[in-house]
Design a protein around this ligand. Sequence first.
Ligand code: LLP
Length: 404
Amino acid sequence: MFLSREEAFGLLSQFGSPLYVYSEDILRARCRELREAFCGRIHPSFSIKANSNAALLRMIREEGIGADAVSCGEIFILEYAGFDSSEIFFIPNNASEKELCFAAERDILISADSLSQLEAIGRVNRGGRVALRINPGIGAGHCDKVVTAGHATKFGIDPALCCEAKKIIKAFDLKLTGVNQHIGSLFLEPGPYVKAAEALLAIVLEHFPGLEFIDFGGGFGVPYKKNEQRLDLAALRDGLFPLMDSFTAHYDNKDVSFKCEPGRYIAAECGILLGTVNAVKECFGRRYVGTDLGFNVLMRPVLYDSWHEVQLIKKEEDGGCASAPLADVTGNICESGDIIAASRPVGDAENGDIIAVGNAGAYGYSMSSVYNSRLRPAEVLKTTEGKFRLIRAADTLQSLTASF
Ligand code: LLP
């Protein structure tokens, strides 16, 4: 954890509980690691659905990383954070023509996720540039809900339809500048990503000459459990580079570039979620540590059964005992599934202690909600100089009624 006990308590008393806290150092380190691992040959674009805080986006941009957006809202935030149209790639799913126009008017490249979307892009942007999202038939991910390629997913164009796609491109006088794919989210072994890249390159060689770029997608995992191995980026690179070399040797455009779309890898580990213990109890022999960390604040454990490490930070220094009884860390939402971490050794928690949740920087705040009319927390940045800066205010009671 990048916070001391004193810092954690100080932050909650200053900014309220719960609270998201991010480390600038860790965020920048992950950006640099990725860029260095790919030696400038695969350009990362940050998938901002993982974390769309403008302060973090500005730092990611400073690190030379572009961005992917899936909605007009994400495009709007990216522009606010200083991204230029040429740095944004729009990869929506089932977008309306109005949304497609929003991107086209800004000259942002759009990827078509189906032939029907391709036609819609043709209608709103005849003669413009376009990309195609291909489903390579190989998927991966931490659970079925986030596997986005293969034979049972709503995403991407079936390679069997490439000829149809080319006809539509011609009919609307579109210029196909690139193809992209995304096999799913969170894998820790390079195998499926490399296989899918190989499949995509073969499809491009067969069907799509003259492309400017090929985008292999995101999905790079981070270890959520203490004993998990990190994704070996060097092994991923060593799997991809020979494929890219042999592809380029056979491809007509030798200047074709390569991209990837990491979200979690860049943002997950720089974020901690802090919450407060409000009630401790035993019920029919089971122990519960009741906190303000409801699933409106961090949805992943409830939605995907995801594991996050939790750490108890006691009010009193040296207050914790090494072998505390197991307890479920629960939130304050009125559903019995509202458990952020089950059977963890935090049973000696008392009211006023802090629960710190690790790896909360990706798909944490960005998936939060006001369910139960609870307020979304503030976000704070720990800068490289060790200062704390508010980078998003918490919701207020007034914000709950502002749009009535
Ligand atoms: N590109 C596309 C087209 C995507 O749909 C996604 C994520 C990414 C890139 C980035 O994937 P990443 O590198 O972050 O794995 N809420 C889930 C994850 C959903 C991912 C959705 N798409 C979770 O909390 O695990």
